[in-house]
Write a protein that binds this ligand. Sequence first.
Ligand SMILES: *[C@@H]1O[C@H](CO)[C@@H](O)[C@H](O)[C@H]1NC(C)=O
Ligand SMILES: *[C@@H]1O[C@H](CO)[C@@H](O)[C@H](O)[C@H]1NC(C)=O
Length: 182
Amino acid sequence: MKVLLLTVSLAMILMEARGHIHPQKNFDLKRFGGKWFRVGLAYDAPSFAQYRSSLRVIMGKVDPKDNGDANMTVWRTKAEGCKSKLYSYMKTTVPGVFKYFSTRHKIIKDVTVVETNYTEYALLFKYKKFNREYSQVSLYGRTQKLRADLIEKFKKYSMEHGFPDESIITPPPAEACPLPSH
Ligand SMILES: *[C@@H]1O[C@H](CO)[C@@H](O)[C@H](O)[C@H]1NC(C)=O
Ligand SMILES: *[C@@H]1O[C@H](CO)[C@@H](O)[C@H](O)[C@H]1NC(C)=O
């Protein structure tokens, strides 16, 4: 009985830990603006497993708006070439937490900037209020390569939030997409 109770309370503590996603303190959108590379992704959806090995670092650009919203442009290499996609990040009452409409899943999703030092890296958590299957942790870098301790921090954070080891990926560098002139 004691063991069972202990197990139950441990499970509840773990669930509690997973449920709480805190944004970066004093989040500053202006400083978060500019170019980022997604150098790490933790994504546990079964439908995504087959794409893990073909994943590459992708580039994104955050354009802050004066009202606290932001445009997030992401570039991906597709069969027809380098394609950009724009996401409209809408501010919420919590600085560092945004909402956007996912055209793929046809729902509003949330994204939280969990931790960033603006000049080097950022840790993001997506869809905390939504179906667990679509949850993701991303590690962004101002460059395509980040220090090993930041990679470790990202892996540890992902594991603490229930992502299994095989779902945590640090993909190889991207081909030039967009072209350097962009
Ligand atoms: C955000 O994107 C919209 C649509 O492309 C554009 O009209 C607007 O100027 C952009 N805002 C910023 C701050 O980049
Ligand atoms: C934050 O960024 C600066 C500049 O790149 C870097 O030197 C510093 O080590 C970073 N701090 C942390 C805690 O990663």
